[in-house]
Write a protein that binds this ligand. Sequence first.
Ligand SMILES: Cc1cc2nc3c(=O)[nH]c(=O)nc-3n(C[C@H](O)[C@H](O)[C@H](O)COP(=O)(O)OP(=O)(O)OC[C@H]3O[C@@H](n4cnc5c(N)ncnc54)[C@H](O)[C@@H]3O)c2cc1C
Ligand code: FES
Length: 387
Amino acid sequence: MNEPKDSSGGWDGYRTFCVERKEPESRTVTSFYLTAKDARPLAPYKPGQFLGFKLDVPGHDKPVLRTYTISDSSGDATHYRLSIKREPPPPDQPDAPPGVSSNYFHDHVEVGGELQVRAPSGDFFLLEDDDGDGDGEGGDSGLVVLLSGGVGLTPMVSMLNHIVSNGAKRPVWFVHGVRNGDEHAFGAHVRGLAETHANVHAHIAYLEPCPGDVEDRDYDSAGVITMELLQSLLPGKDGDFYLCGPPPFMKSLFNGLLDWGVVESRIYYEFFGPATVLKKGAGDKADQEPAPASPGPEAAADGPVVTFKRSGVTVNWDPDQETILELAEANGLAPDFSCRSGVCHTCMCTLIEGEIEYVNDDAFLPEEEGQILICSSKPKTDITVDV
Ligand SMILES: Cc1cc2nc3c(=O)[nH]c(=O)nc-3n(C[C@H](O)[C@H](O)[C@H](O)COP(=O)(O)OP(=O)(O)OC[C@H]3O[C@@H](n4cnc5c(N)ncnc54)[C@H](O)[C@@H]3O)c2cc1C
Ligand code: FES
């Protein structure tokens, strides 16, 4: 890993960062370069990891918590870069309020402004290709396929930059789908890397090119990214596949890759919003069957009893699960989650009865009384949660 040599820059809780630069990357995506106010070293991070933010947004009683991926490689220890897409109201609900945090960043976070930031975290990051040559520079053989839709490209740009700045020669395919040239971020950067590095290949698909978008200059194909397209581009299916984008994009490619014969354990993915079930046949939340109301065979008969009240499911704690979220999923429930690491608060719910303990020391605990993070906790006693 090309991590900063001084790794003492980690921190607990929030640390104040200053906005050093703010740069548009497209009509909808803007980058923010952040430096630590205390000028001490930054924490190292793995390409693909994110930062947590606590924002005081005018008109909001409580701090707004959000997570944003570090969109650059880990080669530069002086700043973190975020690239944030302005979220408008959903197309079918034009009167709904626009996204709170993303619009706050775009409209109110300016150079010189300060932000409260949690240290880098997250389980979605580039796995080094250990070629065993001992040069510490990563391997030169393993195929890496970076598949992104929309602003899901931020971890992929970080991974791509890391591979290039690390001097690794492993073949990397950066395949990105976006609506059109107006929304396309980092186009020139990625194209430049592909032109100057023999191991880097890029393919950009515009869903609906604008009249000014030029094929073979701005984009390579029109329409969605299909498996046929991927199979025509990639040298093979023996590689590490990274996926990030809107749920329909992820679902279609995840299942397409499996059908093609890609090993499931080599497909890594991250959701930028509440996660959904990807695997075909596993069903989305909406079409899931009610879960069994009795403990599964693995449950410890004398373990704490966990009641998911809203779902009407009661089970014994299963010591094979690490968290209440995992227990819920093992029993057919699909609570909302996103980061699974105690940062984003998507999984937060009410503890109606009983006591829990946190299994993740880095979790950012909810300030609201009675709220818990089920992605980062397990029961201490019998509990009832509002899931
Ligand atoms: C691990 C991780 C990494 C991420 N990295 C990035 C990144 O690199 N770049 C990036 O841009 N984002 C990233 N995100 C997403 C980011 O954290 C935010 O979720 C995103 O910016 C939207 O937040 P918001 O506050 O702007 O929108 P929210 O306020 O959360 O709203 C989301 C959507 O809901 C709509 N909405 C709000 N209220 C209503 C209502 N009453 N009825 C109907 N619709 C409504 C809004 O219009 C908006 O479209 C990441 C997320 C995760 C979990
Ligand atoms: S899923 Fe993000 S805090 Fe639990």
